[in-house]
Write a protein of this length. Structure first.
Length: 290
């Protein structure tokens, strides 16, 4: 048999295998996205990967793989501290509208589990809305001699300045979400936790893998994200737990970091450490009545 025919046949087989794997991955995502965590929704946790606890160990048994909800995320730790029954619908990669409207990984709204019996709701969201953590990852990745670094250097134009990010849109999304949570769970205490501080107030360090100037711009983005979250919590009738302020001395460059950098980030760079997740759980617990 001529060699070109063998090559074409092998190419066809490979294409079929790749297509089958893609179809299987989509089918799994659809199946997992249609599931809802079980349990009594006395406490409902909402938000992005900073709530889900990405990279903090074993996943919850009902977590879609793409959501990466860990048993050590701050909501899970808080539930154990307070002896609460929790339904956790937080999900890595979520933007704020996914809490209210759904649509992420074929999932329905995160807030679908709220009921009139819910007594506590925590929300940590917003970083993905304005490209905060994603841009930190791209800034670091483009310094690496990897296929990802090569692609980023050629395809990414760099981070937007703070003034070009849609903080007003984020505030509107947060306010709409808080209004909807109040309506669906009128007896619940709602706690909004800001993202913990990732970058130092000035300068840089090796784990960040970015220059002081780059870190300075992104520190402004983080501060504006926190300011937007504070404003929304105040206007939306929620308790604020300001991890951006509480964690200032525990940034990724500190001796006791509550967040990771790039080189020590593992599967979830620029996300909370276990110490940071515990600190958030403790800070929320301190705001609740005994």
């Amino acid at each position: 048999m001529p060699r070109p025919r063998i090559v074409r046949r092998l190419g066809s087989v490979l294409a079929i295998v790749v297509l089958a794997l893609v179809v299987l991955a989509v089918a799994i995502a659809v199946w997992q996205g249609g599931r809802t965590p079980t349990g009594k929704p006395e406490y409902v946790a909402l938000g992005s990967s900073f709530a889900a606890g990405a990279g903090l160990g074993k996943l919850q048994k009902d977590s879609p793989l793409l959501c990466a909800r860990s048993v050590n995320g701050y909501p899970q730790q808080l539930a154990r501290m307070r002896g609460l029954s929790i339904v956790d619908t937080s999900c890595g990669g979520a933007i704020t509208k996914h809490i209210l409207q759904g649509g992420q990984y074929f999932q329905r709204p995160q807030m679908r589990t709220l009921t009139a019996d819910t007594r506590l709701v925590t929300i940590t969201s917003g970083g993905n809305d304005i490209g905060y953590v994603g841009d930190l990852g791209l800034l670091a990745a483009r310094k690496t001699h990897t296929p990802l670094g090569w692609l980023v250097r050629r395809l990414w134009k760099g981070p937007k300045p703070p003034a070009q990010r849609d903080f007003a849109g984020l505030q509107n999304e947060l306010l709409a979400t808080l209004k909807a949570v109040h309506a669906r769970a009128p007896k619940a205490v709602i706690v909004v936790a800001t993202y913990p501080t990732i970058l130092p107030a000035s300068g840089t360090c090796p784990v960040l893998l970015m220059s002081a100037a780059e870190a300075g711009v992104m520190h402004q983005v983080g501060d504006q994200l926190a300011a937007t979250t504070r404003s929304a919590a105040a206007q939306g009738g929620a308790i604020l737990v300001d991890m951006n302020a509480l964690g200032a001395a525990h940034n990724a460059c500190s001796s006791a970091p509550w967040t990771r950098g790039w080189t020590n980030g593992g599967a979830a760079p620029f996300h909370p450490t276990l110490l940071g997740a515990t600190a958030t759980a403790e800070a929320v617990a301190a705001e609740l009545k005994p």
